[in-house]
Design a protein around this ligand. Structure first.
Ligand code: PEP
Length: 249
């Protein structure tokens, strides 16, 4: 199965509107054939940036959303509210799990909310350094994945993007080796496959954690890794475009 490579930039709490605009222009003006690109700016920039993007291969994503459509949820944003401006939503990022106490059940409800709004979830899973050292990495990933997949049907699983992001590799400069990243990507695809075999063949599995223009090609050369979720390097158009080009098949 040939899956279209996907490179996602997670800008986190960075960029002014002027910086976000310049970054977006630097990316849309460098088209990369055969690679899908998703830019995830801070919430307010989704609206103005949506007007800048005409390349069908570049889409916007949100960095998170709430699990409910409306109600007394001060400060939260529903998937339905952002749906007119983006096609993807990151859910379960380790920073949300660690800093906001988000557990697997809430992340699963967010996956459902994203799909109900007609958007595609980018579900982040990943073990901590302590969990890896204890030999629990696979158990953690399976639990995170299974909770989120529980209620999904075949069509929903086929659209899903799963980002394997070991917590110890995020923002540290210490990326997983291609072998370790690929082993976990394969485990993730097997797990999706156990739920719906044909759907698992089209779901995309990304690696995230200190991806740079120097290590991207080796990571992408492995069978089950379909692209990357990029934090730091996505804030520099030259670096990010280099990673996009490395994803060309
Ligand atoms: C991330 O935050 O999802 C991430 C992968 O960050 P970085 O690329 O900076 O490690």
């Amino acid at each position: 199965m040939n899956r279209t490579p996907l490179v996602v930039g997670n800008w986190k709490l960075n960029t002014s509107l002027a910086e976000a605009t310049a970054l977006t222009e630097g990316i849309v003006n460098a088209p990369v054939d055969g690679v899908d690109t998703v830019l995830c700016p801070p919430f307010p920039w989704l609206v103005p940036l949506a007007e800048l993007i005409e390349d069908a291969r570049v889409a916007l994503g949100a960095q998170d959303c709430w699990s409910e459509v409306r109600g007394a949820y001060t400060g939260d944003v529903s998937a339905a509210l952002i749906a007119p401006y983006c096609r993807f939503v990151i859910v379960g990022h380790s920073e949300r799990r660690a800093l906001h106490g988000e557990g697997n059940d809430l992340v699963a409800r967010k996956v459902g909310a994203v799909l109900s709004a007609g958007l595609i979830p980018i579900l982040c899973v990943g073990e901590s350094a302590a969990q890896r050292a204890a030999g629990d990495a696979e158990t953690v990933i399976k639990a995170q994945l299974d909770a989120a997949m529980d209620t999904l049907n075949a069509r929903e699983i086929s659209q899903l993007v799963v980002a394997y992001e070991p917590v110890w590799a995020i923002g540290t400069g210490a990326a997983a080796t291609p072998e370790d990243a690929a082993a976990m990507a394969t485990l993730i695809r097997h797990r999706l496959s156990a739920k719906h075999a044909s759907a698992a063949r089209t779901a995309r599995v990304l690696y995230g954690g200190s991806v740079t223009v120097d290590n991207a090609a080796d990571l992408f050369a492995t069978d089950d890794i379909d692209g990357a979720l990029v934090g730091g390097a996505s804030l520099d158009a030259t670096a990010f475009n280099g990673i996009r080009r490395a994803a060309m098949t």
